[in-house]
Design a protein around this ligand. Structure first.
Ligand code: COA
Length: 165
């Protein structure tokens, strides 16, 4: 296993054209399609970092800030923010672009937790991310805090589920 990698080694930029099959009845991008693209970009980023297969453990709340019309371009950027022992947080930014005006705007941000699995489908250790820039170091610290809150939510969800049985 690698001794560690900077975020730039696994960074992803993915471009999609919003076609009719990606839209809702209003002619704007269907949220589930965008979430699927976000999941793909995060998975590619995580696999590049871990050099092994991963699964999505969680996707934090996603807010779509503005509609994206049919014929527009969506660009998805994904980068590793934080690594734990077997999991990592990937931060994803979604930009929409009107190709007729050239105007670009930020339409969504997402944080996904991916877990590396071995050949027995068990969580397996991954290389640490080595943040280089001040911004990457800030993202690492912020992601560490988010991980704590996320696991509290997971544990609370598990607790409620076990009480219902
Ligand atoms: C994700 C999964 C592998 C975790 O397995 P587990 O036995 O609960 O593993 P652990 O409790 O040992 O946790 C492993 C790591 O995942 C993290 N993790 C587990 N569940 C998590 C969750 N819901 N949100 C965020 N992180 C989570 C843990 O913090 C731990 O990270 P660390 O090693 O970096 O500290 C398991 O729940 C699973 O297979 N889920 C289904 C995934 C899937 O199929 N996704 C596709 C969509 S359905």
């Amino acid at each position: 296993m690698s001794a560690g990698k900077p975020p730039k080694d696994s960074w992803v930029e993915m471009t999609e054209l919003v076609l009719p099959q990606h839209t809702n009845q209003r002619g704007t991008a269907f949220g589930g399609t965008v979430v699927s693209w976000v999941d793909i970009a995060a998975s590619v980023c995580a696999m590049r970092h871990c050099e092994i297969g991963v699964v999505t453990a969680s996707i934090d709340a996603m807010h779509f800030l503005a509609p994206v019309k049919r014929g527009w371009i969506i660009t998805i950027f994904a980068a590793v923010n934080y690594t734990g022992t077997t999991s990592l947080e990937v931060g994803v930014k979604v930009l929409a672009e009107n190709p007729l005006s050239g105007r670009k705007f930020h339409t969504a941000t997402a944080y996904l937790t991916m877990v590396a699995l071995d050949e027995y489908n068990k969580p397996t250790p991954i290389p640490p991310v080595l943040p280089q820039t001040d911004e990457e170091k800030e993202r690492f610290e912020a992601a560490k805090e988010r991980k704590k809150r996320r696991l509290e939510v997971r544990d609370e969800t598990k607790r409620r589920k076990s009480q219902k049985k």
